[in-house]
Design a protein around this ligand. Structure first.
Ligand code: SAM
Length: 275
């Protein structure tokens, strides 16, 4: 029998994949969680019906959310990842030799446990001695923290359920307080084709808090529309003045110094949508 899974990305658009094996389906305290093995894209983590990562294209998202800010900061030592319980962003963070500690604050312990069991290509990094994995709400964790991090990466689900507050103005202000004087923040910020209202609002909030607010993009095939946004707020360092030799030396498959620069060149409709 053929099994197919469809993510309903909008009321009129979906992503459909043929399933080799259903590895796990459960309701956690926070969300509906599934790990499916697909013929086309390998193993895939799905939360509340939305694809979070696939084995085939996760490198694009994880490299881009991580290396753009970490190569912009001259010497990132302490990094916080909010969400990201699969471990992919921590894996990329730990490629930077200057990083002494990478904290992952994930609200849903089951995401971490299930990723450890079924998604070792991302979760293996969580066993690195430089990684700490406190299970907690990222919003209250960040609110309690003062000037402790060089870089904060918000690798969250879309703004539903516990992630709603991660897109709120008070959260961006708390992130700024949790960062050091020259800290940098990046958050995933959905699709420039499908989510212009959300992006405009988030960009405007971040512009009120950070001296250098910028948007950059990447092509990610399994996310809605295949084109994705990252929102960056920096207190001092401009991302176009980044450490090119360090960026070139990283072992990556998507990110490179050229891609770093090009990611900030926004198509005109994206630029216009911020106004
Ligand atoms: N790469 C993904 C994407 O953009 O679709 C994100 C993947 S990651 C698994 C998202 C994680 O954010 C989920 O595991 C979810 O439990 C976590 N999360 C949502 N709200 C959170 C909060 N308030 N604090 C900490 N983690 C949160």
């Amino acid at each position: 029998m053929e099994l197919w899974y469809t993510e309903r990305q909008t009321d009129n658009l979906g992503l459909t994949l043929r399933i080799k094996e259903t590895l796990c389906v459960e309701r956690t305290a926070y969300q509906e969680l599934a790990v499916l093995d697909t013929y086309q894209y390998g193993r895939m983590l799905v939360l509340d019906g939305a694809v979070q990562i696939t084995e085939w294209d996760e490198f694009i998202y994880h490299e881009m959310i991580t290396h753009v800010p970490l190569c912009t900061h001259p010497a990132p030592r302490h990094v916080l990842v909010v969400g990201g319980g699969d471990g992919g962003t921590i894996r990329e963070t730990l490629k930077h030799a200057s990083v002494e500690r990478a904290d992952l604050v994930e609200i849903d312990e089951r995401v971490i446990q299930v990723s450890r069991q079924h998604l070792p290509f991302v979760s293996r990094s969580l066993d690195d001695p430089r990684a700490r994995v406190p299970v907690s709400d990222g919003i209250s964790f960040v609110k309690k923290t003062r000037a402790a991090y060089d870089v904060i990466l918000v690798d969250s689900t879309d703004p539903v359920g516990p992630a709603v507050g991660l897109f709120a103005p008070e959260f961006y202000a708390a992130v700024a307080r949790a960062l050091r004087r020259d800290g940098i923040f990046v958050a995933q910020c959905k699709s420039p084709y499908l989510d212009q209202g959300l992006i405009r609002q988030a960009f405007s909030h971040v512009s009120q808090v950070f001296k250098i607010p910028l948007l950059y993009t990447a092509a990610i095939p399994t996310y809605p529309s295949g084109y994705w946004c990252f929102l960056l707020g920096s207190k001092a360092h401009h991302p176009l003045q980044f450490d090119e030799p360090r960026a070139r030396a990283l072992e990556t498959r998507y990110y490179s110094p050229d891609v770093h620069r090009a990611a900030f060149a926004l198509p005109k409709f994206v630029q216009d949508s911020l106004k």
